[in-house]
Design a protein around this ligand. Sequence first.
Ligand SMILES: C[S@@+](CC[C@H](N)C(=O)[O-])C[C@H]1O[C@@H](n2cnc3c(N)ncnc32)[C@H](O)[C@@H]1O
Ligand code: SF4
Ligand code: SF4
Length: 347
Amino acid sequence: MFIYYKRVRLGALPKLALSTAKSVFGDPKALSPVSVQIEPTNYCNQKCVFCYRQNNPWRFDNKHMTFAEFKKIIDSMPDLEELLLNGYGEPLLCPDIFKMLEYASSKGIFTKTNTNMSLLTKENAKKLVETGINEVFISLDSVDPKLYEKLRGTKLELTLKGFENLLEARKKAKSNMKITLNFVVTEETIPGMKNIIDYITGKDVLVKFKSLTVTGKNAAKMMHKSVLAINEMKKYAKNKGVNVWFKMKDKSENKPFCYAIWFGSFIDVNGNMAPCCQMPYEYSFGNVLDTSLEECWNSEKFIEFRKALNSRDLSKLPKEIQNRCYNCNFCFNDQIHKLRKIVNNRP
Ligand SMILES: C[S@@+](CC[C@H](N)C(=O)[O-])C[C@H]1O[C@@H](n2cnc3c(N)ncnc32)[C@H](O)[C@@H]1O
Ligand code: SF4
Ligand code: SF4
């Protein structure tokens, strides 16, 4: 028995979902999202060569979510414990971003966002900390000005200034907000890993190495190369007192194929619900703004999707989705422990 939800929030799940849930998670009383990602905007001010947004520009309509829409979504998830407020765009471009974070924090939700730091002026950094946010993921894949500009299309100097402003704002507010540096591991960024560790040494920042989301024939080769480089770097960082986070999904047969879909989903700027951020705009279980959260979360399509992933038979899913799931290193098996802790700690 893995997990037991204490409160039944979404009404009875259809029988199919319950039996599917039973086969993997024991006998959950009900499923209701506890950890979701919401996209507040899909406007962006950078052009990162490795980003899905950059490589599929036609899918992004440059929109901001309104506070009213955000509130509607949050209020429809009474069991929500954790919110990641960013998607394929720069969250600080969203006019209501601080209000959204503040609202979620005021409801006791563990709030997080991911920023490229280019808009972290002193004022914005202060505002961000004051929302009560728990964790800020910052993107930095190189401290070499030329490479940074090549990768992201903007000046490194501005980004580093944003980083300093964030550190200063955290210090001034005596906040225990976590800062986690997201480093995307690619052929080009691997040589600069050491420099990143040196740069953040002593700054109370966790480093998270993100293996590039790649599919196709080079995926395995690139993954192998990344893992070797990361393992090397973990030793280097340890000697410098820097904490590094890197996990690989355990794909062994006796482990559930995907945990993420049992606890939450990705909701894009238009309100479309997708299983996770790996496949927004192309695989939707419905629109939570046009219908309701329940209708999407318990839709037949979502149930069939969970069933397919539980049985490890993805053959009925669209080819692109199969590829994404097979190559996914996103839903880590240790997430279950974290989420179980969250659920067990509920009043
Ligand atoms: C999509 S961005 C959105 C937030 C913000 N625009 C930023 O760049 O920080 C979220 C994170 O995903 C990372 N990322 C972008 N493309 C990626 C890829 N192909 N594989 C893995 N991570 C990626 C970014 O570096 C960033 O840390
Ligand atoms: S800043 Fe973030 S969302 Fe924008 S292109 Fe870069 S990684 Fe993608
Ligand atoms: S891409 Fe990964 S996290 Fe998303 S649904 Fe597939 S297995 Fe789960």
